[in-house]
Design a protein around this ligand. Sequence first.
Ligand SMILES: [Cu+2]
Length: 150
Amino acid sequence: MRRRVLALAVVVIAVVAAVTTTYAYRASLFPASTSNKPSTRVVHIPRGSSAEPVGFDVTHFQENFPTGNYPYPVNIRVTIGVNNTIEWVNDDTVGHTVTALVAPTDSLKFNSGLISAGQTFSVTLTTPGVYRYTCAWHNWLAGQITVTPA
Ligand SMILES: [Cu+2]
């Protein structure tokens, strides 16, 4: 009887040790850090941004923005990691678009279509590089997204 209890204790200890070791091993494979988790970056389109700013030159914009030589301030500059998502929230009272004019080779030029007031649009960028976008109706609303490799 005593021998049986001892044998049972050995088995229990062995099982506990095996389970603990397995957990520790798995924890080392999948660290608790969230740094590699896909994340979403939110960009707000401000209320009133449909009003054309003084001095805006649409011809100059169209000629120079795609080349990156456009001196007018690009409203939004965002840097995100690859496979992360960027979401635009239209806080304005009129519709806007986010329409990519520049995107890395072999990647899609995203185009939201009309984002109505209060609506959102999001895109997950899977190719590193520089993206430049504008609102199709209000070209002064423009931005640049830099996607860094993982
Ligand atoms: Cu717009």
